[in-house]
Design a protein around this ligand. Sequence first.
Ligand code: ARG
Length: 281
Amino acid sequence: MPDNQHADRTSRTRTAVPRRFLMCRPSHFEVSYSINPWMHPEKPVDNSLAVSQWEGLRDLYRELGHTVVEIDPLPGLPDMVFAANGATVVDGKVFGARFRHAERTAEGPAYLSWFQQQGYEDILWPEFINEGEGDILTVGRRLLAGTGFRTDPRSHFEAQEFFGLPVTSLKLVNPDYYHLDTAIAVLSDDEVMYYPPAFSEGSRSVLREMFPDAILATDEDAAVFGLNALSDGLHVLLPKAATGLQARLRERGFEPIGVDLAELLKAGGSVKCCTLELRTR
Ligand code: ARG
């Protein structure tokens, strides 16, 4: 019944649900090393422009009714602005992050101690490498977990046991899309949009099985980081250059909002990377 399915996804009522986000001001942001293909330390970065673009995103979240709390940025950790990598928080439980590269390892304990100071009680310092919500996304009561470049696949089972929620592993194969949140975005409790060429053949098949109606990104939309998006159920904040995805989202009843984070893109990050969702039960 393809017609009914079509009607279902276009006529759905979209509702924004207020969220709680953790963000980190890019006070010490720069591109002084390269751990992904987007990073070119020889190219200049305008730190004050990065800060004002980041403030634009933070203020937009607040205008949309979300709560944003901030962690203090630490000198010497230029990528700490990418709060999504700091942990994965579901049902008030904190699955700490353990980074692949030496340049970022100190961020794991920094984020973890923030959660301790805030009074979170159920916190796990993980055994295996995982880069937080960069590679672990929540779709309703399920988790999608990426591997291939950063996160160790053994951490997927570690996360499943810790949260007691089913985890589906997905393999990334294109170094430009090195974190799961650069290749797929969660739109609602059962909808996603993604870029098939970022995934292995087997994982593409898994995604087709799980999300037969998903929005598929074009090469152009993926290349401007369009999948690094954050949905609150109605508004979808994404890089403003991703115009094709914005049209697809509008067709499905979402309200896309284009955001300019060009300075942070020089480190290979955008909207979603800057945002860690603090989920309670
Ligand atoms: N320069 C950072 C890195 O390569 C960017 C992280 C982007 N974060 C994300 N959630 N995808 O680790």
